[in-house]
Design a protein around this ligand. Structure first.
Ligand code: AP5
Ligand code: MG
Length: 187
């Protein structure tokens, strides 16, 4: 038990990670762990972490790996994440992928089950971000988030493929259909 429910959703900004993670978490009975949501909550609450990251998030850049390691180590260390989790927005760099491996090895109850790559054409991504109204959804920032994704996060596709964990899913379909495809791919 355990490892099969430890899922990572990988994909560009707007590919539907948050939307699908929420549905999957409810279906599989495991927590939805979104580093983006956690950072936005810290910003809203005005904590030290929030003050440190708000400017970075507003430009579309990534928060540094060390800060993110603390956030993720603390969250995955909580009791509710032992049986599994849906990770959304982490890892985003090769360094973060290595940290995640260490965190899970330390917990001693199994590594990642699967990594699901949500594939959505670039023009659909930009369209989806329009009108959602998050602070980093302004056109220029969306383009920068996409650029950062290609440069820093896309290498994780090969990293997880080499480890036999990657499943690619066409995410350009209605929400329920994408959920069905993900469940089929990890099943
Ligand atoms: P984060 O919050 O993770 O944002 P993101 O990855 O850029 O992506 P989004 O949340 O915009 O997209 P999503 O894939 O979740 O899609 P969604 O379901 O919302 O990160 C924000 C920032 O925080 C980063 O830029 C960085 O600064 C920082 N950060 C976070 N994690 C970090 C980390 N690990 N390391 C360093 N920095 C980090 O869907 C998008 C829209 O499309 C929605 O309106 C939705 O309703 C719609 N939609 C979804 N699915 C469908 C569908 N099937 N059909 C039609 N519309 C759909
Ligand atoms: Mg999201």
């Amino acid at each position: 038990m355990g490892a099969d429910r430890k899922l990572v959703l990988l994909g560009a900004p707007g590919s539907g990670k948050g939307t699908q993670a929420e549905v999957l978490a409810a279906r599989l009975g495991v927590p939805h762990v979104s580093t983006g949501n956690m950072l936005r909550e810290a910003v809203a609450a005005g904590t030290e972490l929030g003050r440190k990251v708000s400017g970075i998030m507003n430009t579309g850049a990534l928060v540094d790996d060390e800060t993110m390691a603390e956030v993720v180590r603390e969250r995955l260390g909580r009791a509710d994440a032992r049986r599994g989790f849906i990770l959304d927005g982490y890892p985003r760099t090769l360094g973060q992928a290595e940290t995640l491996e260490q965190v899970l090895a330390g917990a001693g109850d199994g590594g990642l089950g699967r990594v699901v790559l949500l594939e959505v054409p670039a023009e659909v991504l930009v369209e989806r971000a329009r009108g959602r109204g998050r602070e980093d959804d302004e056109d220029g920032v969306v383009r920068e988030r996409l650029r950062v994704y290609r440069e820093k996060t896309e290498p994780l596709v090969g990293y997880y493929d080499q480890r036999g964990l990657l499943r690619s899913v066409d995410g350009d379909a209605p929400v329920e259909e994408v959920t069905r495809r993900i469940l089929e791919a990890v099943g």
